[in-house]
Design a protein around this ligand. Sequence first.
Ligand code: FES
Length: 140
Amino acid sequence: MMAVELYAAHRGASTISAGTLWMSETTSDLKGFVDVAAIGELSPDEGRIVEADGTWLALFLADGTPHAIANACPHMAGPLGSGRCLDGIVTCPIHEWRFDVRTGQAPTNSYTRVATYETRVVDGRVFVRMADPGEGAANL
Ligand code: FES
């Protein structure tokens, strides 16, 4: 995903949200992606639990960009989307394991991670790629 103002202006910017001008993409760029939320529904300090193709995801806004991870904590399946998020690090509400929502990596344990999913923003909507989840999905 790109948030380059000049490129967005060239292609036709679609949405202004949280100081970011998102570029417009065509629907042909979205094969395998699922529409899960409006970008304006996300805030930097709390997650949002969404369902995409039968999978529960936790959606966050970090560094002005939406990020999607598996909602089930790898410890005991706590709802990561209900955890508090600070500077891109979500804390599981059950036993307080922490994960970087940008990478899925636990900051204090290199062996623990949660699946990540590619996101894109088109016309103010957040899309998550479900056809080929990112690194870490196989560990769950
Ligand atoms: S269920 Fe998430 S830390 Fe235990």
